[in-house]
Design a protein around this ligand. Sequence first.
Ligand SMILES: Nc1ncnc2c1ncn2[C@@H]1O[C@H](COP(=O)(O)OP(=O)(O)O)[C@@H](O)[C@H]1O
Ligand SMILES: [Mg+2]
Length: 387
Amino acid sequence: MALGTRHQALLPLHLARLHLRNYRNFAEQELEIPPQGVAIVGDNGQGKTNLLESIYYLEIFRSFRGAPDEQLVRFGEEVFRVEGTLRGDDGAERKLAAAFERRRKKKKVTVGGAEPERLGDALGKVGAVIFSPSDVEIVAGGPGERRRFLDIVLSLAEPGYLGALQRYRQALFQRNTLLRQGSPAPLVELWNDPLVAAGSRVLEARARWVADRAASFAAHYARVAGGQPGTLALAPSVEIGGDAPSVAAIAAAFRDKLARVAEREQRRGMTLAGPHRDDLRFATHAPDGTALELRTYGSGGQQRTAAIALRMVEAETIRQTRGRESVILLDDVFAELDPGRSQRIVEWIEGEEGGQVILTSPKPTDFQVHGDTLPRWTIRDGVVSPL
Ligand SMILES: Nc1ncnc2c1ncn2[C@@H]1O[C@H](COP(=O)(O)OP(=O)(O)O)[C@@H](O)[C@H]1O
Ligand SMILES: [Mg+2]
């Protein structure tokens, strides 16, 4: 893989150092990471995914695998700490750190040594995107996986999204509690305004993101799949007109829908309309033109391709939001793909991204297939060493 060759001239913002303490199977690990990145080789169960998870922890301050913080503390220990140093193209450095204490369930995040007012202010500082074999679940799994994807990307890219999402969840929780208890309708309806206000912001951002990115998704899918078409669409729980309607238009539609489902909500004891029931749809077209939803009808390869195209779109979003290349984390990605698809991912990184690349693989031979310009490290039992 010819990764790294064009990095000599200009060093993009990159993760220059990583210091882990009692994170998963790492006891104490300090790493100087080259600006172009590194390829990490190790057998299964040695800590490859853990290492990338720790890096991505500095991006979203939780596990990309959805693991609770308690699980990230090394067995038998009380506190984990992840510290990363970002270095800009002018050489300026900035430290990001996160520590979690198991017993008190206390998390402390610092950016440049200071605690941010809200966690939302600390998100997205690395500008990383992680590609992982489990991404296929975004396409093949339940709708919750797809909403989680949207929520992470939009929390990173869209100011105010995380706050709206939190307000929405709060209102939804209160409203659902009342419905479950069989409270009278007027009491339930007190929560309609906060639900609609926060929910229509969430839905507007989702609809706009999908509308803005659908063409790019189609292009990435077609390229990785060698010409096959692929589409991305939002399947919102509230019918919204057009591609990207205004918050006000969505709020009106949301209110209408709540009125229509009110009776059913009373019977079912839960809120039946809103962004907590949105979904994303991935499809390809059969030769005769019929749309085939990939979740149900896609082959494993097509589902993986859609997941990769989605991560590419995410990287593009992050790059445009941050105004610089993203740090690309590839966890065991090539092991699962045919050489053609792997090659096209490499070409994408070379052609469009170009930031630091940190990749893992169980097989050193994987890299020879693509050439080997990235420095190589090995990992064993939570200890990383240069090859
Ligand atoms: N909290 C923890 N403390 C110690 N070891 C852990 C913890 N969580 C996971 N592990 C260990 O990490 C290893 C898996 O690491 P992982 O990064 O998934 O491996 P791989 O190299 O296959 O990606 C397993 O051996 C598991 O027992
Ligand atoms: Mg792994």
